[in-house]
Design a protein around this ligand. Structure first.
Ligand SMILES: C[S@@+](CC[C@H](N)C(=O)[O-])C[C@H]1O[C@@H](n2cnc3c(N)ncnc32)[C@H](O)[C@@H]1O
Length: 195
């Protein structure tokens, strides 16, 4: 499905970074693991700030576009095609993990998020933005499956080893490509790995 969606010339989520990420990027340290990197807009932005970036996504078509975007901006990012359901990041290695609109079924999150916490160095940062369950009734983007959407309680339960620095649900205008367009309900989370 994602390979098909990305198989067009345009960048369907745009080439500019997610705005929540851009607002808080100064908190991030490298190396950065970017989950569900897609067409590269977020990883390329972070690389342009001088951060080492490892972007992982299931779509080879998306990541080929990510590498093209990186070349066009004169930066380098590492990309890896992998299913996040079986992906095992190196433990205690990353300064930050970024997860932007990486909507995954709970069965995958249950396996992946403990590994995300494990892959962070002490005091490492997780930054996540996802559509909330309230987005189910909106037609401005996101999957129509509550299991893949977030709530504040899910974040707290699924990242028990990260102290929230910021955790909120809000409605905001998301104008990030043709599939994410309009006022939407999102969950935003920045957490620091507990010592
Ligand atoms: C809504 S897009 C967001 C892309 C990017 N984070 C952005 O903000 O532009 C969701 C991404 O999740 C990826 N994805 C979904 N399920 C996945 C899985 N099980 N393993 C790896 N990638 C997955 C898709 O390939 C797609 O690139």
């Amino acid at each position: 499905m994602w390979d098909q969606r990305y198989a067009v010339d345009e960048y369907i989520y745009g080439t500019e970074p997610n705005s929540f990420l851009a607002e808080h990027a100064e908190m991030l340290r490298g190396p950065v693991l970017s989950l569900a990197e897609g067409e590269g807009r977020n990883g390329v932005f972070l690389a342009s700030l001088g951060l080492k970036v490892h972007g992982v996504d299931g779509s080879n078509v998306g990541l080929v576009k990510a590498q093209a975007l990186a070349r066009s901006r004169g930066v380098e990012i590492q990309t890896e095609v992998a299913d996040l359901g079986v992906f095992e990041p190196v433990a205690n290695y990353y300064g930050s993990v970024v997860s932007i609109f990486a909507h995954l079924p709970s069965a995958i999150r249950e396996k992946l998020y403990p590994l995300v916490e494990r892959c962070l160095k002490p005091s490492g940062i997780i930054l996540l933005e996802a559509y909330s369950e309230d987005q189910l009734v909106c037609d401005t983007g996101g999957p129509k499956d509550a299991d893949m959407l977030m709530t504040l309680a899910k974040v707290e339960q699924e990242f028990p080893n990260c102290e929230p620095i910021l955790l909120r649900k809000l409605e905001r205008e998301v104008c990030e490509g043709i599939y994410h367009n309009g006022v939407a309900s999102v969950v935003q989370f920045i957490g620091r790995k507990k010592p």
